[in-house]
Design a binder for this molecule. Structure first.
Ligand code: UD1
Length: 414
């Protein structure tokens, strides 16, 4: 098993180009199933989750070729509509295949994605949305069978703005006979990116990025070419790393507007920020504690809660971090405590008393984002750290070790 060895207390300096977004690429790869032919997707990151989605598409009958960061997906021979249980278990995002398979073949069979490291992850909102547009869903013996003689369009009102359920609903509704209105839709920029490629494929969707999305169903979609948007979470992680190591870094290939909730908090913590059209430069100042509550976009993203918690462990004073999206998302706390952090967790709230510095330790990445929090802590800590279970981190950060090295970090993978 691979691990990172990190010698801390090096200030990160320089420029880093942010990769294409994992959370945009996954639904976009699924969306290519809505038509027959070769779609071309640019800026696809090399990540374990992307590889897992690629394996599923191939199993369904797609042919995939990668040329650097460009992925060509040929869906001409896709005929299977059943996703094997072991692949569902490997990656929850395989639930994204429900909407496209139902849209194109009017039929899909998958098993429950089940719980995952960050807490139970139900798919009731996905199912409810598909039922609203005409699917008949049968849930028995751990399997979900969805069928639709005809997808009719309909009114979907989400109780909670689920990102995945919004995307699934958009994809299935794109090939429905009528019009679908999705209310209380998630507003994440990745949803607007999905709308962009779907419309290039011939769909008629508008409103993505707001809380109401209108989908006028069309009879047929065609392949398209698209460049995936940048990864907001990777960008936020690097910005946080810059502040935590008291460095001076520039993240490139970003849309600063999409990062406001993060840059705002980093400024509150004491960072100095200069924003350009497609870059953000960040410099550390005196760090002070802040309060953060995770929320759906445009609120503070749950995926950056762990890196930010890591940062405030060395900010002066007390910080309070409340996690409202997932139940079990404080797994980094025990590991950070080993490194000298002072944190108390009460239910969904963590209370952090800032310390002067962290010290290196042997820790293990409990999940993807908790893992990146440990990388940041190790980069700032005095002495050497070992981070085990690096494979979690590589689910969602492309070459994090090499990118950190380019900024001056002393990190190697063994
Ligand atoms: C997506 C992101 C993930 C991010 C999350 C929240 C992808 C591939 N993943 O995940 O990185 O952390 O958004 O920003 O884009 N819920 C239900 N029923 C459902 C669906 C969701 O109760 O049917 C609940 C979940 O348990 C969770 C909350 O809604 O508490 C948010 O989930 P959701 O927005 O669906 O996240 P994902 O799409 O899974």
């Amino acid at each position: 098993m691979e691990k990172f060895i990190v010698k801390g207390e090096v200030q990160l300096c320089g420029n880093v180009r942010i990769s294409g977004a994992k959370n945009a690429t996954l639904p976009i790869m699924a969306a290519t199933l809505l038509c027959s032919g070769i779609s071309v997707i640019h800026d696809v990151p090399y990540l374990r989750d992307i590889q897992a989605m690629q394996d599923i598409l191939i199993l369904l009958g797609a042919k995939i070729r990668r040329q650097g960061h460009t992925m060509l997906i040929d869906t001409s021979n896709v005929s299977k509509v059943e996703i094997p249980e072991h692949l569902m278990r490997e990656m929850r995002a395989s639930v994204f295949l429900m909407g496209p398979l139902l849209g194109r073949f009017r039929k899909v069979r998958l098993s429950y994605p089940g719980g995952c490291a960050i807490g139970p992850r139900p798919i009731n909102l996905h199912i409810k949305a598909l039922e609203k547009i005409g699917a008949i869903v049968d849930e028995s013996f751990g399997f979900i069978d969805a069928e639709a003689k005809e997808l009719t369009g309909g009114e979907i009102n989400f109780d909670f703005p689920s990102v995945g359920a919004t995307e699934n609903a958009m994809m299935a509704a794109a090939l429905a006979k009528g019009t679908t209105i999705i209310r209380n839709a998630a507003r994440e920029p990745e949803i607007a990116d999905l709308q962009a490629i779907l419309n290039k494929m011939g769909a008629r969707i508008n409103g993505a990025g707001t809380d109401t999305i209108r989908v006028d169903g069309v009879a047929r979609l065609v392949p398209a070419e698209h460049t995936v948007m940048f990864d907001r979470i990777e960008a936020g992680t690097f910005l946080t790393a810059g502040v935590m190591t008291r460095g001076d870094i520039v993240v490139e290939n970003v849309v600063p507007e999409y990062l406001f909730s993060i840059t705002d908090k980093l400024q509150d913590i004491g960072a100095k920020i200069i924003t350009g059209k497609d870059y953000i430069r960040i410099k550390a100042g005196e760090l002070r504690g802040v309060d953060i509550k995770t929320l759906p976009y445009p609120g503070f993203p749950t995926d950056l809660q762990a890196p930010m918690l890591s940062l405030v462990t060395i900010a002066k004073g007390t910080s309070i971090i409340t996690e409202t999206i997932f139940e079990n998302r404080f797994k980094h706390v025990d590991e950070l405590t080993r490194m000298g952090a002072k944190i108390k967790v009460e239910g969904r709230t963590a209370i952090i008393r800032g310390v002067e510095k962290l010290t290196g330790a042997i820790v293990a990445a409990p999940d993807l984002r908790a893992g990146s929090a440990l990388v940041l802590a190790a980069l700032a800590a005095e002495g050497t750290s070992e981070i085990e279970q690096v494979y979690h981190i590589e689910r969602g950060y492309e070459n994090i070790d090499k990118k950190m090295q380019a900024l001056g970090a002393n990190i190697v993978k063994l």
